[in-house]
Design a binder for this molecule. Sequence first.
Ligand SMILES: Cc1cc2nc3c(=O)[nH]c(=O)nc-3n(C[C@H](O)[C@H](O)[C@H](O)COP(=O)(O)OP(=O)(O)OC[C@H]3O[C@@H](n4cnc5c(N)ncnc54)[C@H](O)[C@@H]3O)c2cc1C
Length: 247
Amino acid sequence: MRGGVVTSAVKDGNEYVLNGNKCFITNASSAEIFVVFANTRKAAGIRGLTAFVLEKGTPGFSVGKKEEKMGICASDTCELILDGVRVPEEQRIGREGEGFKLAMKTLDAARPLVGAVSVGISQAALDCAVKYAKERQQFNKPVASFQLVQAMVADMAMQIEAARLLVHKACWLKDQGMPYSKEAAMAKCFASDVAMKVTVDAVQVMGGYGYSKEYPAEKYMRDAKIMQIYEGTNQIQRLVIANAVLY
Ligand SMILES: Cc1cc2nc3c(=O)[nH]c(=O)nc-3n(C[C@H](O)[C@H](O)[C@H](O)COP(=O)(O)OP(=O)(O)OC[C@H]3O[C@@H](n4cnc5c(N)ncnc54)[C@H](O)[C@@H]3O)c2cc1C
């Protein structure tokens, strides 16, 4: 979601006519209800964005190609096609031009959730690596007894704990009704960076079997990557954090 939305919504009586394509939409093929952002005033940039509720089966509204992805393969991701879709005025969310504000609020709420998923992936990867390291014998000792392996395990555990606490803080602030945009961005960014690092290290601790599909570590590594990308890339999170700190 960004300011330069190309999908248009043109008012026609008490309806809007929507045209455009949306790419990378999670659960698009199984959802019944969708929230779509479209531009009701192109020249107005982000101030022209408006949100609409769309129902599956509305004429002109269809699901396009399914993405073949590196990870999170249990979650489908598809294109959405809007070809002259007529949407009654009652299905507009808020007022015309309020879409960007709504989108930003939605992203704030979604970011700690990506942080939470990242913590879950990281913890699963650590558990898998620890179990393996205790079982796998090299030079007549479990690989868990080697200090270089222990250093990796310690770093993984330490980073996961810090990520978990940041996620908890962002969620707690939201629950208290306090401002939490900065902490939501921090939780998402930090926890997903941790997930990437920890899953790569889990594969390393497990040696060849870390790289094999016989164990889930390689899947965790592939799943971790998207956490750094969606709900705003981690570069964008850093811009949000810097903006909150500086201004
Ligand atoms: C599996 C999957 C599921 C998704 N589900 C949804 C969904 O359900 N709904 C939805 O709306 N979207 C969804 N998305 C889209 C997702 O949110 C975007 O892919 C993501 O926000 C990045 O946008 P982009 O792909 O346009 O990358 P780009 O904006 O093209 O970014 C490319 C690179 O440039 C960097 N970059 C861009 N702008 C800046 C800047 N200003 N400063 C510094 N660096 C910058 C980025 O960090 C990135 O490294 C999904 C994507 C995927 C892959």
